[in-house]
Design a binder for this molecule. Structure first.
Ligand SMILES: NC(=O)C1=CN([C@@H]2O[C@H](COP(=O)(O)OP(=O)(O)OC[C@H]3O[C@@H](n4cnc5c(N)ncnc54)[C@H](OP(=O)(O)O)[C@@H]3O)[C@@H](O)[C@H]2O)C=CC1
Ligand SMILES: CC(C)(CO)C(=O)C(=O)O
Length: 356
């Protein structure tokens, strides 16, 4: 057996909105959860544990918390819950968490660094698969500027994940989430471990935590679909201040959404990806999600750096490689950068910190 199905060692890296929500759900379900956090979050979690406030009430649980991976030690499942731009600098913190069979589940929006890591040699038992494609064709600069993530994290250890959870932090260690949490997970390459039940264990752990979890054999389709959802909503939410319901129902914004969706669809197709929903289904889903502020709107309102590299620049980089024209996506990037710059200038003037 790879790891204990009844009591896997679980670490959550990043105690923001998603990390705190997940930590609280899993700890309340009875799992031993370790959280890698820093600053005010670390102090609050050490003092009072993690807390999730949802439609059922307030759920508090204690967890192990530390600011370095070495203190937490080897884990069975590591959930990576930071913004995409924080991931490369976290690599030294992730390494001590890794044992031979650890699986890494990045719960991160946008173009994942691993998206093109599917050209791998079949691996001998106990060895990491080796990317057969040259590193420069696999590596996506927008999310992995130096190519360290593709070089250091073996594809067989990564379980792709798409996050449909809406959450925000009320205070350090305290998350609020009022929509039903949903995840999609899938191996990014065929691995021997897949046969040993790690996916079943992962799904069971998440379901025990009250998170509806779907396993797919085509995780890249789910990723492209989520990219389409984020690309059509997050930047526009910054520019308009609109909630998901407002964004997806306004006739003028629907025209922009439709162009962004089509350009994302063409880019996905060029990489063999299939969107799992039509434009109309996306508009309906977004409207049904209601008065949700996107994570990018939350960051903008807090004067923080926006996740534009992963959600927008990654798609432009991939489109440019295949010569797919994406003029609307490029315009939306420039406009949102303008909003980000003004917010960061104001935040610095008031002594705020840009998250990194
Ligand atoms: N919030 C939402 O509703 C949704 C978010 N997502 C995606 O989920 C991912 C996580 O988002 P979210 O939880 O909202 O983000 P947050 O910004 O709320 O949380 C990220 C956390 O990571 C921490 N962090 C970053 N670097 C380090 C480090 N070196 N050491 C320790 N902690 C670190 C941050 O700490 P610090 O505060 O000190 O900077 C912060 O607590 C993103 O990709 C987002 O797009 C997806 C769907 C919905
Ligand atoms: C699903 C959606 C658009 C809303 O929670 C999201 O992923 C985000 O806020 O970044």
């Amino acid at each position: 057996m790879l790891f204990s199905i009844a009591s896997p060692r679980i670490a959550i890296v990043g105690a923001g909105a998603i990390g705190t929500t997940l930590a609280a759900r899993l700890a309340v379900a009875g799992y031993t959860v370790s959280v890698l956090a820093r600053g005010d979050s670390l102090a609050a979690i050490k003092r009072k544990g993690v807390c999730l406030i949802d439609q059922q009430g307030q759920h508090t649980a204690s967890v192990i918390a530390a600011d370095n991976g070495g203190e937490l030690g080897k884990q069975d499942i590591v959930f990576l819950c930071t913004k995409a731009h924080s991931v490369p600098s976290l690599l030294p913190q992730l390494q001590p968490l890794f044992g031979q069979h650890t699986c890494l589940v990045p719960m991160v929006n946008g173009t994942p660094w691993w998206l093109l890591m599917d050209a791998v040699e079949p691996c001998a038992a106990n060895t990491a698969p080796i990317a057969t494609a040259p590193i420069e064709t696999v590596h996506i600069k927008a999310v992995d500027p130096e190519g360290e993530l593709v070089r250091c994290l073996p594809a067989s250890a990564i379980i792709g994940c798409v996050v449909y959870i809406s959450a925000h932090l009320q205070a350090p260690g305290v998350a609020i989430s009022n929509t039903p949490p949903r995840l999609i997970v899938g191996d990014i390459v065929a691995t021997p471990d897949a046969a040993n039940g790690r996916m079943e264990t992962l799904v069971k752990v998440l379901e025990n935590g009250g998170i509806t979890t779907r396993h797919t054999e085509r995780i890249r389709d789910a990723v492209w679909s989520k990219i389409a959802a984020n690309l059509t909503s997050n930047p526009l939410s910054v520019m308009t201040g609109a909630t998901l319901a407002q964004l997806y129902s306004h006739p003028s914004l629907q025209k922009v959404v439709s162009q962004l969706f089509e350009e994302t669809h063409l880019t996905a197709q060029a990489y063999g990806g299939r969107l799992e929903m039509t434009l109309q289904e996306l508009l309906d889903l977004g409207e049904r999600m209601g008065a949700v502020r996107t994570s990018m709107l939350q960051d903008y309102q807090l004067g923080r750096a926006l996740e534009l590299a992963a959600i927008v620049e990654g798609v432009i980089e991939l489109a440019d490689r295949k010569r797919i024209p994406v003029p609307t996506i490029k315009s939306i990037l420039h406009l949102t950068r303008y909003f980000e710059d003004s917010a960061l200038r104001q935040s610095h003037a008031h002594g705020g910190k840009e998250n990194s």
